[in-house]
Design a protein around this ligand. Structure first.
Ligand SMILES: *[C@@H]1O[C@H](CO)[C@@H](O)[C@H](O)[C@H]1NC(C)=O
Ligand SMILES: *[C@@H]1O[C@H](CO)[C@@H](O)[C@H](O)[C@H]1NC(C)=O
Ligand SMILES: *[C@@H]1O[C@H](CO)[C@@H](O)[C@H](O)[C@H]1NC(C)=O
Ligand SMILES: *[C@@H]1O[C@H](CO)[C@@H](O)[C@H](O)[C@H]1NC(C)=O
Length: 355
């Protein structure tokens, strides 16, 4: 793990002055920068004053280093995608050790509770919203990388993937929790306009290869089911997720033409998770409606040192909001290699990495 970043360094474009040596041209993907919510947070919230933390057991019970702040029993979808791309594990931005050569393979800015909109997440405490995450990337990480590699941001970042998983919290913990009198339609347009602004900022900083993880069937999570009489999926939440996901594809078609040289992949976890829920037995899951862990009084996160289900691999949800590693593994595998356009649009991450 320690040697790997140096191997990467040697193959990356080094814009050195020594006239005889032509600058090396990077081949293949060099790393991944990660932005978004608890779906990808890998420890940033450990350093923030928030209730949305997962730095205690049973979180991380199946992770090689135990609890790290990931909202899962094991790896999250960003980790699993990095594994498939043969990239090193990406460190969390707020970890004080995330500096020097450790940042060459990318940095994760994900923050549990965060949304696309600046005020999403304020219910749970302090979070790094998407705007702040991108600010940290642009103001702290990019200058560090340029100095480290003596190379322009454009040349460095063209060989990194930008994974963004955001939007669900803007509905769950913003639109549906505030007594908003704007229509779902209007809110969604506003949300996607904000999203495209954030993406534009990343593009201007040098990002070229984007993977946008759309919204889960948020109405089918245990926390949403708890609000329905028969423990069914909460259809108005699911409808919001589907509306967003549908419009996200159109947004990408639109901005791709404005962001010259960029490539986008939209991964739709809605269809993947819904398929697991609807065909649980044949997909190897025995329980797709309840949290695997004993919940804390919030009814969302796991209780510290609480009970866990005996077979974590057969549960879809680890707590009342977040999937188990088993489900994240399926999402990552489909994102990487699926040829189904309703799951990856317009092509898969494997192809994006090769472009
Ligand atoms: C960095 O690169 C520039 C030109 O590409 C060169 O003039 C400068 O000497 C290099 N610095 C180092 C430390 O290699
Ligand atoms: C919401 O409704 C109030 C009146 O009930 C109105 O004053 C306000 O402008 C509305 N907000 C929006 C965003 O439509
Ligand atoms: C693609 O995925 C959708 C949603 O999961 C599914 O309904 C459809 O059957 C799949 N198509 C193919 C060709 O596998
Ligand atoms: C899922 O597990 C919960 C408790 O962990 C249990 O109450 C529920 O009945 C289970 N559902 C199914 C379909 O087995």
């Amino acid at each position: 793990m320690l040697l790997f970043p140096f191997l990467l360094l040697s193959s990356l474009c080094l814009c050195t002055s020594t006239g005889q040596k032509a600058p090396k041209i990077a081949v293949g993907l060099q790393g991944m920068f990660v932005f978004g919510s608890s779906i990808v947070d890998n420890g940033n919230n450990n350093y923030l004053p928030t209730l949305g933390k997962a730095d205690y057991l049973p979180y991380g019970i199946d992770f090689p280093f135990g609890p790290t702040g990931r909202f899962s029993n094991g790896k999250n979808v960003a980790d699993l995608l990095a594994d498939l791309l043969k990239l090193p594990l990406v460190p969390p931005f707020l970890d004080p050790f995330t500096k020097g050569h450790r940042i060459i393979g990318g940095v994760n800015y994900g923050s549990g509770g965060a949304g696309i909109l600046d005020d999403t997440g304020s219910l749970t405490g302090m979070v790094m919203n998407l705007r702040e995450q991108i600010n940290k990337f642009g103001e702290v990480t990019v200058p560090q990388l340029e100095a480290l590699l003596n190379c322009t941001r454009r040349r460095i970042l063209a060989h990194h993937l930008f994974l963004i998983a955001a939007g669900g919290n803007d509905y769950q913990f913003n639109y549906f929790t505030r007594n908003s009198n704007v229509s779902l339609e209007t809110f969604t347009i506003h949300l996607l306009a904000a999203y495209s602004q954030r993406l534009k900022r990343l593009y201007r900083l040098g990002a070229r290869k984007f993977v946008l993880l759309a919204i889960n069937p948020i109405g089918c999570g245990p926390v949403a089911r708890a609000g329905t009489p028969n423990n069914d999926c909460w259809e108005s939440w699911n409808a919001a997720a589907q509306l967003f996901n549908h419009r996200l594809k159109s947004m990408v078609d639109c901005i791709k033409s404005q962001f010259s040289g960029s490539q986008f992949v939209v991964v739709n976890p809605y269809n993947i998770i819904k398929d697991i829920i609807d065909n649980a037995a044949s997909r190897g899951f025995s329980n797709v409606t309840s949290a695997c862990c004993e919940l804390s009084i919030t009814g969302i996160l796991c209780k510290g040192l609480g009970r866990v289900c005996p077979n974590k691999r057969s549960y879809a949800y680890f707590d009342a909001q977040h999937s188990t590693e088993a489900v994240s593994r399926i999402i990552a595998a489909e994102a990487y290699a699926s040829n189904n356009n309703t799951v990856v649009y317009p092509f898969n991450v494997k192809k994006l990495a090769q472009l």
